[in-house]
Design a binder for this molecule. Structure first.
Ligand SMILES: Cc1cc2ncn([C@H]3O[C@H](COP(=O)(O)O)[C@@H](O)[C@H]3O)c2cc1C
Ligand SMILES: O=C(O)c1cccnc1
Length: 338
């Protein structure tokens, strides 16, 4: 927490002074790529991914300790009947993650990814954003700091996921606050909100942005007023990864909204991130385009938990392995183009 002033001050300073890409590692990766036994460019986006890994890790592309970090939180706005499942499912799914029974567990097994779950005061839902801020500045800053600590055990590829019943409503409110448009454009079914439930979801997002409208020009205020603990922690984790030279894969609609807060403060804040997939949530593609990104996968998934980004981690691992493991023309005795 800041000793100098308000709790957000330290984050404002960090976000002003973000480290840039490592040009030496980038040049070295481009030089090696040109020697590998393939026509130039023939590995398409895999080559770009290898360069991105080099630039943002500061070394030769490698993924040896990928980590899926799932942040879980509960939301006061859920009391408005905006989602078909009760908030108790958040804790139950945290237990399911621990027991190995969720989709994300199986994807982690498939691609040999580490998995850590961070549950954030699940018995204390955030404030109801239609009538009060989700979090105090102190709570929001402390939760961002907690998210920053999530990578302390070390990783070389961070995959950001979440669990929190009601959090597609939160993500829609953040997007409406950051980008404008209408609530209808940003609200989708989430886990399956239709009919009256969907109408209440749209109404809650409208009411929340209307209630806080005089305070939304500062993205950190958008985060604390409309966000949630898992959203604040995801923003902190993405920021910490930048400071520690760890490339990041972002998952679906909710994780993208957390990332958007950082981009709104510093346009270069997500240069070390790729969007793992475009989810089935209708507003996700527009939200990704606002970040100037192109998702790696489009599989019609709409689950969260980091599942889409974890699948994309398999592609990122392949990009690193091709780059580091392929033979050069000279090594293999293959004739290069004349
Ligand atoms: C069993 C179950 C497992 C999940 N895993 C992720 N989510 C996803 O659904 C929630 C967001 O959707 P909404 O805004 O409609 O509540 C988040 O917890 C998200 O991670 C799940 C939801 C359920 C019900
Ligand atoms: O895209 C997501 O992140 C998403 C979609 C539906 C439900 N939960 C998460």
């Amino acid at each position: 927490m800041s000793v100098s002033g308000m709790p957000f001050d330290d984050f404002r300073v960090l976000l002003r002074e973000l480290p840039g890409p490592d040009q030496r590692a980038l040049v070295a990766a481009r030089e090696r790529d040109a020697q590998l036994t393939k026509p130039p460019g023939s590995l398409g986006r895999l080559e770009e991914i290898a360069f991105w890994l080099a630039a943002w890790s500061g070394r030769s592309p490698a993924v040896n300790r990928p980590l899926v970090a799932i942040f879980a939180g509960n939301h006061g706005v859920a009391k408005h009947g905006i989602t078909p499942y009760p908030p108790s499912v958040t804790q139950q799914m945290v237990e399911n993650f621990a027991a190995g029974g969720a989709a994300i567990n199986q994807i982690c097994v498939t691609h040999d990814l580490g998995l850590k779950i961070f549950d954030l005061a699940l018995d204390y839902p955030t404030g109801d954003i239609t009538v009060e801020p989700a979090l105090s500045e102190r709570d929001c800053a402390a939760t961002m700091a907690f998210g920053m600590e999530s990578i302390a055990g070390g990783t070389d590829l961070l995959i950001i996921g979440e669990m929190g019943i009601g959090n597609t409503t939160i993500a829609a409110a953040i997007n409406l606050a950051l980008y404008g448009g209408t609530a209808e454009e940003w609200v989708g079914p989430g886990t399956g909100s239709h009919g009256d439930v969907l109408a209440r979801k749209i109404a809650a997002v409208k009411a929340a942005v209307e209630f806080h409208k005089d305070h939304l020009s500062d993205p950190l205020e958008v985060l604390r007023r409309l966000g949630g603990r898992e959203v604040a922690a995801m923003a902190g984790a993405i920021l910490a990864a930048r400071m520690e030279k760890i490339p990041v894969l972002i998952d679906g609609y909710v994780a993208t909204a957390a990332a958007a807060i950082l981009k709104a403060i510093n346009p270069s804040a997500l240069d070390h991130c790729l969007i793992g997939h475009v989810s089935g949530e209708p507003g996700h593609l527009a939200a990704i385009e606002k970040l100037g990104k192109t998702p790696l996968l489009a599989l019609g998934m709409r689950l969260g938990e980091g599942t889409g980004a974890a699948l994309a981690a398999g592609i990122v691992k392949s990009a690193a392995t091709c780059h580091s493991g392929m033979a050069t023309f000279a090594q293999a005795g293959v004739t290069n183009k004349v």
